[in-house]
Design a binder for this molecule. Structure first.
Ligand code: F6P
Length: 341
């Protein structure tokens, strides 16, 4: 069988583990030819291919990024995109496609599947917000990086009697903010799931600094917003492609805290540091499991599905079921972050 493989959307650590597993299992167990497409869906439209064999995946487990390259390009939303995809798949005699991506790439995958292409998707995003799976590739590494950053900021916050704000990624869900906030012992965590009241944040910080501490750590997800009707008005700026502007919400929160408490306040925007470098073992293992599961699913004749982690097991979820949904942080986890402030 000729199986196409692509990675789309933002890169994450652990993608190469998934690519390696697809190639090893596909070639070794089933004798498939694995055809990689460079730069996500863009490469499919352009016919930009790279045949993948065992030689291409040697020593890639510890490496970050994606050896196939990636892009934020969605064929169903681009002129001639879908026709381009179908033409390339036919020209290259691709019988099935494995797409590794987050919400944008997987949405495109379900559109291409609707056009009759056999697709198995694999979820990846450091945001961990793909619906239907407990974990997406890349999340655990990002949480580790964010936690280490919070730990480091802690000691300097204490030495200087400062409020330190750490902004982490998370456009629609605050998985990194909440979990790294708990792991790093943040005093305040602001996540998109619970629009915040800046008055309460200020009151809390003033009380804490009066009563028992001379410093505080505030973790802010980039997608956090103030609650409607509260004293901080904020219109989130958007970038050229409608993306979130890194540092914007945090700059506002800093200004409010400094002005209203008088506390010396500093900001760290972690940005793409969270997406770079070597994957932790959990992401290497998850990428490997998803890669094997995707190839095995095709061998069983299954398609239009996504590999997913549910508890201890890897299962398959129908692709149409996940479209348009966001997996948000459950209230229990949000409560823990608050309870330990
Ligand atoms: O989709 C994952 C993500 O890491 C978001 O959390 C973040 O807003 C975005 O990617 C940044 O994208 P880019 O790499 O295009 O700047």
């Amino acid at each position: 069988m000729r199986v196409g493989l692509l990675t789309g959307g933002g890169d994450v650590p652990g993608l190469n583990a998934a690519i390696r597993a697809v190639v090893k299992r596909g070639e070794g167990e089933y004798g498939h030819s694995i055809i990689g497409f460079r730069n996500g869906w863009r490469g499919v439209v352009d016919g930009d291919i790279v045949p993948l064999t065992r030689n291409h995946i040697r020593n890639v487990l510890p490496s970050g990024g994606t050896l196939l390259g990636t892009a934020r390009y969605h064929p169903h939303a681009s002129n001639g995109g879908m026709d381009g995809v179908l033409a390339t798949l036919e020209a290259e005699r691709i019988e099935a496609l494995i797409c590794i991506g987050g919400d944008g790439t997987l949405h495109a995958a379900s559109k291409v599947a609707e056009a009759g292409v056999k697709i198995v998707a694999i979820p990846k995003t450091i945001d961990n917000d793909v619906w239907g799976t407990d974990r997406s590739i890349g999340f655990e590494t990002a949480v580790g990086i964010a936690t280490e950053a919070i730990d480091r900021v802690h000691t300097t916050a204490e030495s200087h009697n400062r409020v330190m704000i750490v902004e982490v990624m998370g456009r629609s869900a605050g998985w990194i903010a909440v979990t790294a906030g708990i792991a790093g012992g943040a005093e305040v965590v602001l996540a998109p799931e619970e629009p915040f009241d800046i008055d309460k944040v200020i009151k809390f910080l003033k009380h804490r600094h009066r009563a028992h501490a001379n410093f505080s750590i505030v973790v802010v997800a980039e997608g956090a917003v103030p609650a409607e009707g509260t004293s901080m008005s904020y219109e989130a700026p958007v970038g050229q492609f409608g993306e979130i502007v890194a540092g914007a919400i945090t700059a506002r929160v800093k200004a409010e805290i400094e002005e209203r408490t008088g506390f010396d306040t500093r900001v760290t925007v972690l940005g793409h540091v969270q997406r770079g470098g070597s994957p932790v073992p959990a992401d290497r293992i998850l990428g490997s499991r998803f890669g094997v599961a995707a190839i095995d699913a095709l061998a069983r004749g299954e398609s239009n599905v996504m590999t997913a982690l549910r508890g201890e097991e890897v299962v398959l979820v129908p692709l149409p079921e996940i479209a348009g949904k966001v997996k948000r942080v459950p209230s229990e986890l949000l409560r823990v972050a608050r309870a330990l402030a």
